[in-house]
Write a protein that binds this ligand. Structure first.
Ligand SMILES: O=P(O)(O)O[C@@H]1C[C@H](O)[C@@H](CO)O1
Ligand code: HPA
Length: 300
């Protein structure tokens, strides 16, 4: 039996079927991962749909598939590889999640965000989140990059929130503030960096919203989002940010606008995941360059 399989067997075997995880579970998972890699990052990056190519730039790579990590949900969505990639980006130690779990895949909000608490337990105190999102703001173009300044947890309105349940104060407080979730200094750093790189025309700042999905939004839902001040909408990120802020991490987020949402009742176009992946491909070099520069400048 391989060392890894032996380790897995020694762990509480029920961990894989759990819907929520105790502090001790997360400690066990984090130490399992740290036993397998030399890298000790302070920065974690979650790659959204079609944005996982950032991992190609990581040097001194150490890779662990999610399927080899107890409790971790496996990725079932095209464009999400399902790997933890440790190594150096811009000379800094990082861990990238090449692919994420979504609630619409059937995972509990707690399981969807298990990786965030695990990162915190591994010593990561800054989290960068990226996603693919539909452009609600009519001034946005496909291919724009939106620095996230705030979010609306529409899924939370329906009770989908990873912080629901018993609160273990070792993770964080019962009632965490969310009014400063997206770190102001990091937002400024990203916007200034984008300007310096000549990306000012297509890098914007706006508000992200999350619905569970997996269906894309109806026309009236999109009009509603537009009216309440949402700039881009997606199916992820918010649960991860809630958990990260709850456990005291500094958070920065960027959305790639992969499609314009449909706002006309008689439109013939429909949203589709292929377009999302194609836009991800088209803009991946710019997004990678921007991320690399931000990582270069960020103080950890
Ligand atoms: O993981 P993200 O939020 O980047 O993926 C978005 C939302 C859905 O998973 C998918 C729809 O095309 O892209
Ligand atoms: O239009 C969208 N809606 C929701 N999620 C998305 N992810 C990419 N595009 C979209």
């Amino acid at each position: 039996m391989s060392k890894d399989k032996a380790l897995l067997r020694r762990m509480d075997s029920s961990i894989d079927t759990k819907l929520s995880f105790t502090y001790e579970d997360v400690e066990q998972i984090a130490s399992h991962i740290l036993d397998r890699v030399k890298c000790r990052p302070k920065l974690g990056i979650i790659c959204g749909s079609g944005l996982g190519k950032l991992a190609d730039l990581v040097q001194e790579r150490e890779v662990i598939p999610y399927t080899e990590i107890p409790g971790f949900p496996s990725s079932t969505v095209p464009g999400h590889e399902g790997k933890l990639v440790f190594g150096k980006l811009s000379g800094k130690s990082v861990v990238l999640m090449q692919g994420r779990a979504h609630c619409y895949e059937g995972y509990s909000p707690q399981k969807t965000t298990l990786a965030v608490r695990t990162m915190k337990m591994m010593g990561i105190n800054t989290l960068f989140v990226t996603n693919a999102a539909g452009g609600i703001n009519r001034n946005y173009n496909v291919g724009d990059i939106m620095v996230i300044k705030d979010h609306v947890n529409l899924a939370g309105f329906a009770g989908v929130n990873p912080l629901v349940g018993v609160n273990d104060e070792r993770f964080g407080p019962r009632f965490p503030a969310m009014s400063r979730a997206y770190d102001l200094d990091l937002r400024k750093l990203a916007l200034n960096t984008a300007k310096e790189m000549g990306f000012g025309e297509f890098v914007r700042e706006g508000v992200y919203s999350m619905m569970v999905g997996p269906n894309f939004e109806t026309v009236t839902e999109c009009r509603f989002l537009n009216q309440i001040g949402i700039d881009a909408t997606g199916m992820s990120t918010v649960p991860e940010v809630l958990v990260a802020i709850h456990c005291g991490m500094r958070v920065f987020g960027m959305s790639l606008i992969t499609n314009k949402v449909i706002m006309e009742y008689d439109a013939e176009d429909v949203a589709n995941h292929e377009e999302v992946l194609q836009t991800g491909d088209r803009r991946s070099t710019d997004l990678q360059q921007l991320m690399t520069q931000i990582v270069d400048k960020v103080e950890l």
